[in-house]
Design a binder for this molecule. Sequence first.
Ligand SMILES: [Zn+2]
Length: 163
Amino acid sequence: MSELILPPACDTALKALEIDALEPGTEAEIHLRACAACREAQVMLLAQEEAPLPLVQAGYFERLPARVVGKLQTRKVGYRPSAWWMAAAAVLSVAVGTGAFMAGRANRTPLVQAEVRPAEPLTHIEAPFTDSQDELGKLQNLKPEEVRDLLNQLQTDPPKGTE
Ligand SMILES: [Zn+2]
C-alpha cells in the first residue's frame, strides 16, 4: 500500500484526516470540497472513529504469528508429559485393560456355558445319523424272536423314511 502514489494534495489531506478526521484543518477541508475520493476517506475514517471499540490494536496482526508460535512453543514444553507419566499411564492402561479383560471373561464364562449347553438340539440335528446307528445297534442287541417280529413288521409295513 505504501507504493500507492497519491496526488500531493490528496496525500496531505489524508494525513490530516488520519490525525483528525472530523476537523482536518482548513487546507484539507478545502481539498475535501473538490476531491470525492478524500471525502470518502473522511467518511470511512469517521465511521471507524465512531466504532464503539477498536476491533484490534495497532500492529495486532503483525505480531500475531509470532505470538501464536510463541504460545505453541510454551504449550508444547509446558504440557509435555514426562517419561514417568507416560510409563505410569501405559501401566495403568494395561492394568485396566487386563482387568477389563478378566472381568469380561468372568462375566462371560456363564454365557459360554450357556452357549455350549444347547447340546441336545445339536444331537437332534444329527438325529438321522444317530438314530439309524442306534437302530443298527438295537438290531445287533435284539433277541431272535424280536428280530423275527421286526422282520415281519418291516414286510407288512415298510418304513416311510427310506423313500
Ligand atoms: Zn484528494
